[in-house]
Design a protein around this ligand. Structure first.
Ligand code: C5P
Length: 233
């Protein structure tokens, strides 16, 4: 239950729906902090990979996650802080930085995201974060599970082709040329996992404002969110 006095705007949606770009820009506009819940799942995955040692293939890693206790997770010493207006994800006091975005981490997150104990830890960290500052939090279950009482709830959607095109452009910016068909296949797999996971599955909360961003620019989506909220802010 969130007892924070700070304001929380939740933005959920599938991979490539534009939620993190929008969340980041909306947070900047409003002077809030962008809370990236995916980054917290990544940090927990990284910390467990470091603890279990090298050479764990994803399936072995998954099996070992099933045997974790609450104190094993607490002992990882994950903290979410703010530096220069940006979320910092720390493991044992050290900034995890880009080490949370490697393909090895990405291929193992599913096991963390499917495990109740791990989800509860991420939710606890997010709620603790919300006691410090106003947040624009993006993810899959922010409006449905983490902050169900927030009155500012959005769910972004877009067609799979558009989402894949956006991802392709991001990859090109990073210097990677990946065929569109491969990106579409990957997004379909992630959608399937996100929508069908046993806990914290991706759903559009009943009281969220659903926006299909397929034909909208970032500026138009932002304008839409701002005008929806002007009634309340
Ligand atoms: O947002 P990002 O792609 O970095 O998230 C990584 C993964 O973390 C997602 O694919 C999903 O499996 C998981 N996740 C989740 N619930 C959230 C945010 C992310 O299960 N609220």
């Amino acid at each position: 239950m969130n007892s924070a006095s700070c304001r929380i705007i939740s933005i959920d949606g599938p991979a490539g729906s534009g939620k993190s770009t929008i969340a980041k820009q909306l947070a900047q506009k409003l002077g809030f902090i962008h809370a990236d819940s995916g980054a917290i799942y990544r940090t927990l995955t990284r910390a467990l990979m470091d603890q279990l040692g090298p050479g764990q293939d994803p399936e072995d890693f998954g099996k070992r996650i099933g045997n974790l206790s609450e104190s094993d997770i607490q002992n990882l010493k994950i903290e979410i802080g703010i530096e220069n207006g940006i979320q910092v994800n720390r493991i044992n006091g050290n900034d995890a930085g880009e080490s949370i975005r490697t393909p090895e981490v990405t291929s193992r997150i599913k096991f963390i995201a499917d495990t109740m104990l791990c989800r509860e830890e991420v939710n606890r960290l997010l709620r603790q974060f919300s006691l410090k500052t106003d947040l624009v939090a993006d993810g899959r279950d922010i409006g449905s599970v983490v902050f169900p009482e927030t009155p500012y709830k959005f769910f972004l959607e877009a067609s799979i082709e558009i989402r894949a095109e956006r991802r392709k452009k991001d990859f090109i910016k990073q210097g990677n040329e990946i065929p569109l068909a491969e990106i579409i296949k990957d997004i379909q797999k992630r959608d399937e996992e996100d929508r069908n996971r046993p806990v914290g599955a991706l759903i559009c909360p009943k009281d969220a404002i659903l926006i299909d961003t397929s034909t909208m620019s970032t500026e138009v989506v932002l304008g839409c969110l701002m005008s929806e909220m002007q009634l309340q802010f």
